[in-house]
Design a protein around this ligand. Structure first.
Ligand code: EPU
Length: 440
């Protein structure tokens, strides 16, 4: 049984203001980048979420000093003298995180070896790491499969290579960057992901002394350097969390000011939000999102890599679309298995059917593979309370939004997984007027 149970008495619009701090999917990578130097690095705007704890523990297990002032949001990392700990020590702290695979480049540079535990993460697809391993092997790393993970070595160091990614994977792009910045020679990476979190990681690496150029055609050139320095950097805001609260405002007929949200990384979300009928206003210090008070509109959407509509916005938006008039179509092209959360929504009164076909303007990798990766959402459907268990991080937050929008009481279990990526979410819910109680 998953951890954490809350009762939600829904049907009340969420109103008020909450703050979003640094992006989970950037902060964890910037923490790993700190291992590329022996100098101290300072990361600001760091949220108090479980992924930060996990990566801090992994850094400490390898000998780094990590100090986190969570009120100020300042994380100070001093690698000092690194060592490879016993695999059991890594396994004990890695939890279900997928970040350990990104330790490879920095550790192979510093120590000539790394141990990567079998990876976890949300169950939203197979989530293989073949691209990561291909990149590392091309750079000269060797791997040895062990009982609970992989032992990698690079006896003669890492050599730069021409690398092509068959799909613009965020993680594999970060893997290449972290390995290439200190590799011998020039790396040409084509087919790279260009998410804002990756651009912020490149900004960090440039501050550290790296030489990286990004072309307009998903090609990145990295000129290896021998030594990097510490950095001081303020993390970009979490656009996934901001989008999740925006969808909560829409689904509950509410009005939320998301302090910290930034327009530039949310352009495609804002376009869709406007087309659905959601209202927003951009301020210097955040974005206000609210329900228009009239009908919401249905629409067809496809998730995609940046600059497309990101997959992590899909789940919260689907909840809001249950309240739109007409038939919406959602084609998920990034993960093959990201509609499991719709079962609970149907239990609450939604009308969502999932299909194996590509119901979008383009064929994606999952079309002929029997994955239920398209959904048709018919609305508006009143939602009612239910007993639900959260399946994964984003699906979990979406269940929470559904419970807040639903009439009556819901029991939501497995809620602790939401701490992985949503800082102080219970306090924020209360600040917005939600009627929620922790049961266990
Ligand atoms: N893929 C492969 N082989 C690989 C790597 C990826 O086939 O070696 C496939 C995946 O299976 C998936 C697609 O490529 O179908 C995209 O995966 P990607 O590597 O881009 O994802 P990731 O790096 O594992 C990060 C975020 C995810 C976010 C995706 C897409 C982190 C820690 N996670 O995952 O965030 O959905 O990029 O933007 O940065 C979340 O925050 O809840 C979350 C799942």
């Amino acid at each position: 049984m998953a951890d954490g149970v809350i009762k939600v008495r829904g049907g009340k619009p969420l109103h008020g203001e909450i703050t979003v701090r640094g992006a989970k999917n950037f902060v964890s990578k910037a923490m790993v980048a700190a291992l590329l130097t022996d100098e101290t690095s300072v990361l600001r705007n760091v949220p108090l979420i479980r992924d930060v704890d996990v990566v801090s523990s992994l850094l400490r297990a390898h000998g780094a000093e990590v100090d986190y002032d969570h009120e100020a949001g300042t994380l100070t990392i001093t690698p000092g003298k690194l060592h490879l700990p016993d695999p059991n020590e890594i396994l004990a702290v890695a939890g279900s995180s997928r970040i350990p695979i990104l330790f490879c480049g920095p550790l192979l540079h510093e120590l000539g070896e790394a141990f990567i535990p079998d990876l976890g993460g949300c169950h939203i697809g197979e989530r293989p790491v073949d691209f990561h391993l291909q990149v590392l092997e091309e750079f000269g790393a060797r791997r040895d499969e062990q009982m609970y993970g992989l032992h990698l070595t690079a006896p003669s160091g890492l050599r730069a290579k021409k690398v092509h990614l068959p799909y613009p994977s965020v993680g594999a792009t970060e893997q290449t960057l972290l390995a290439a910045v200190r590799a011998r020679g020039i790396t040409e990476l084509s087919g790279a992901a260009v998410e804002p979190e990756i651009m912020d990681l490149i900004a960090v690496l440039q501050k550290m002394g790296a030489l990286i150029t990004v072309d307009t055609d998903r090609t990145i050139h990295i000129e290896g350097v021998q030594k990097l320095h510490g950095y001081t950097h303020t993390a970009l805001p979490d656009r996934i969390e901001a989008g999740s609260w925006a969808c909560a405002a829409l689904a509950t007929k509410g009005d939320i000011f998301v302090r910290g949200a930034k327009q530039d990384s949310m352009m495609s979300f804002l376009n869709v939000y406007r087309k659905v009928g959601g209202e927003f206003e951009v301020f210097d210090d955040g974005i206000r999102f609210w329900h228009p008070g009239t009908e919401l509109h249905s629409l067809p959407i496809e998730t995609d890599v940046h600059p497309g509509f990101m997959t992590d916005w899909q789940q919260p938006l689907v909840v809001a679309l249950t309240q739109a008039t007409g038939v919406s179509v959602m084609h998920e092209t990034v993960y093959e298995n990201r509609f499991g959360f719709t079962r609970a929504l149907n239990q609450m009164g939604a009308h969502i059917e999932v299909y194996r076909e590509c119901l979008g303007s383009k064929k994606c990798r999952f079309g002929l593979e029997n994955f239920y990766h398209s959904a048709i959402i018919q609305g508006p459907t009143p939602l009612h309370g239910a007993n639900i268990e959260v399946p994964d991080l984003r699906g979990g937050f979406s269940h929470l939004i559904a419970a807040l929008a639903a009439e009556g009481e819901s029991t939501v279990s497995g809620i602790n997984i939401i701490n992985r990526g949503y800082e102080h979410f219970m306090q924020k819910l209360r600040a917005l007027g939600a009627d929620v109680d922790k049961v266990e």
